[in-house]
Every structure is written in structure tokens, then in C-alpha cells.
Design a protein around this ligand. Structure first.
Ligand code: SF4
Length: 333
């Protein structure tokens, strides 16, 4: 097997696959205000084209796949697509990122498919704040999905985008959640992606400050995850708690040297790094049956070899400008 590597010696093992840019929420750090256009349907990859890409990636060393969006369950037959992935690649570690508003009915299937973990985007446990941040009063449906996931024995990771002036006044709620729920609650540092989002230097709430706030309320002990579960989050056990707290520090303490991820957007663009809009459109190649899989793999290998070090791009950022312009909802986070 020839692996997908880059000039820094990093090996791609993890594919983030965005199956749609559509979403039923309007999170202010992602799709704020006048959002603009969704990707035309004709440009969105069909499931069999996505499966073709996954096949090439799995044959090149990718062992973990995360299904994202937009909101993946907004796309028709998302559940059947997950089942097809499992059927074709039984060994692939299957993960999902979702806002949880449409998830509940699918929980039994996710358990049957042996999904490794479900990442729930949940920026506040306060109903009014949740509605203000997402544009929808949908917190009860997310909590119901979370309860169903935990009851089914699935691993739940809660993603909280940390925004000063929005959810920084709710630290008690977050601490209460990890005290009472067996979840990994991770604070994600707000990243300047796209235009017209809530991003500003004032809204930026760095992990060190969050950790300090939490440490006033709970004793945190660093934990190291086994490699299988390891990710960018730095995790801490909470004394007396059922859950753990983590910090994803893309802005203040990057993890780019160990980065092993690759992204495929729903319109067939390969994005080797979150922090660059330099993408490689493989949609035409994927749709062209006369193009051999070998030629596709060769192209993918060349693309990966050019993967940048995101932290260097971030460091070159001028003032407060966005580090990349493509919106998170069409990248898949
Ligand atoms: S910024 Fe780019 S290189 Fe750094 S961790 Fe993210 S995707 Fe990887």
C-alpha cells in the first residue's frame, strides 16, 4: 500500500467527508445573516461518487472517516449511505459530526453500524442562548438525541465553539454537564473562517482562559487517550465527574505537525488543510468512468504531497482577517 504523505512526513489517515453544505441551523459563527448561495445540486457529488473516493482513500491508508455537512442528516438517504460505507469497509472507523436536531430516529442504526463516536455541535445548554446562536429553538431535540445516544451506549463528544460574550457566561452549565454525563465536552477555539461571521478579536475566548475559569470550579487532571481515540483535543478528567473536558486549540496551540487529515467537500474538492482555500476539484475526474482509479490515486497522492502547515498560514494572517474564505458549512469543519 502506498500511503498519502506530504513534504513534512505526515501520513493521511483520516478523511473528513462533507456530504452536503445544507444545514437546518444558522449558527452565527458559520452561516451568519445573509448566508449567500448553497452549492448547486448538480455540483454535489452523488453517493456512489463519494464511495468511489472513499475506496481510493481507504486503499491508500485512510483508516478513519468522519461524515459531516452542513448537517449530514439534512441530506436524503444519509442513513443508507452510512450503511453502505460500513458494508464496503467494515474496518473503517466511522465517526459523525451532527447538530443533533434530526438525529434521534437514526440512533439505533448508528449503534448497529458500530459508529465509533458521534460529535454533537452544542454550544449552549441554555435554551435562549442556543436559539440565539443557531437561529432555531431546537435545544430540546438535541438533548433528546444525546440522551438516546448515551442510552444506546454510543460515545458522545460535545463540540462547543467558544465565543466570548455569548457562551462564556455559562461555564457552570458546561461543568455541570461533565459532572453528570459520560461525555467528552470539548471547547473549540473560534477560528476566523469565511466572511460575515461573528468572528472578531473581542469574541475570541482562548482555551487558557476557559481552562482557568473551569479550574475555579473543578479539579482538572490531564488524561492521554489511547492512539485510537486520540485527536486534536487536549483532554482532562474532572474530579468527581462522569465526563471529561477538552480543548481544541487551533489558534493558540496548534497541532499541525501531527495533522493526519484530509477533507473532501460535498462538491468534490479535496482540501488538504482547513486554513487554505487552495482546493483540488476532483469532481470531474470522479464522474469520469474512463478515468482509471490508478490515475485518481496518483492525483490524490500529488495533491496530498502539497499539504501545507496550517499554523504557518495562520501566522501570515494580516490583522483580524479571515484565514480562509470558504465557509465552514461547505467545508465540513
Ligand atoms: S490547520 Fe491545517 S495542518 Fe493544521 S491541523 Fe488543521 S488541517 Fe491540519
Amino acid at each position: 500500500m502506498i500511503l498519502l504523505t506530504d513534504a513534512y512526513g505526515r501520513v493521511m489517515r483520516y478523511l473528513r467527508l462533507s456530504i452536503t453544505d445544507r444545514c437546518n441551523l444558522r449558527c452565527r459563527y458559520c452561516r451568519n445573516g445573509k448566508f449567500g448561495q448553497f452549492i448547486p445540486h448538480a455540483d454535489i457529488l452523488r453517493y456512489e461518487e463519494m464511495l468511489r473516493f472513499v475506496g481510493l482513500a481507504a486503499a491508500s491508508g485512510i483508516s478513519k472517516i468522519r461524515i459531516t455537512g452542513g448537517e449530514p442528516f439534512v441530506r436524503k438517504d444519509c442513513a443508507s449511505f452510512l450503511a453502505m460505507l460500513r458494508e464496503r469497509w467494515p474496518a473503517l472507523a466511522l465517526h459523525i459530526t451532527t447538530n443533533g436536531t434530526l438525529l434521534e430516529p437514526h440512533v439505533p442504526l448508528l449503534a448497529r453500524l458500530g459508529v465509533k463516536a458521534v460529535n454533537l455541535s452544542l454550544d449552549s445548554f441554555d435554551r435562549a442562548t442556543y436559539a440565539a446562536m443557531t437561529g432555531r429553538d431546537a435545544l430540546p431535540s438535541v438533548i433528546a438525541s444525546m440522551d438516546r445516544l448515551l442510552a444506546a451506549g454510543l460515545r458522545v463528544k460535545i463540540n462547543v465553539v467558544a465565543v466570548r460574550g455569548v457562551n462564556d457566561i455559562q461555564v457552570d452549565d458546561f461543568v455541570h454537564a461533565v459532572r453528570t454525563l459520560p461525555v467528552d465536552l470539548r471547547f473549540i477555539e473560534f477560528m476566523p473562517m469565511g466572511s460575515g461571521t461573528l468572528w472578531s478579536g473581542e469574541n475570541f475566548w482562548p482555551a487558557a482562559a476557559i481552562k482557568e475559569e473551569i479550574s475555579r470550579r473543578a479539579l482538572l487532571t490531564p488524561v492521554t487517550d489511547n492512539p485510537e481515540n486520540a485527536g486534536p483535543a487536549r483532554m482532562y478528567a474532572v474530579a468527581g465527574g462522569k465526563g471529561r473536558i477538552g480543548f481544541i486549540t487551533s489558534m493558540t496551540n496548534h497541532f499541525c505537525r501531527a495533522c493526519n487529515r484530509l477533507r473532501l467537500t460535498s462538491d468534490g474538492h479535496v482540501r488538504t488543510c482547513l486554513f487554505t482555500d487552495r482546493e483540488y476539484n476532483m469532481r470531474g475526474l470522479l464522474r469520469e468512468r474512463r478515468i482509471s482509479d490508478q490515475r485518481l490515486v496518483d492525483t490524490l497522492r500529488r495533491v496530498c504531497s502539497l499539504k501545507p502547515m496550517g499554523a504557518d498560514i495562520l501566522a501570515r494572517r494580516v490583522h483580524d482577517e479571515a484565514v480562509a474564505m470558504r465557509r465552514m458549512t461547505s467545508i465540513g469543519g
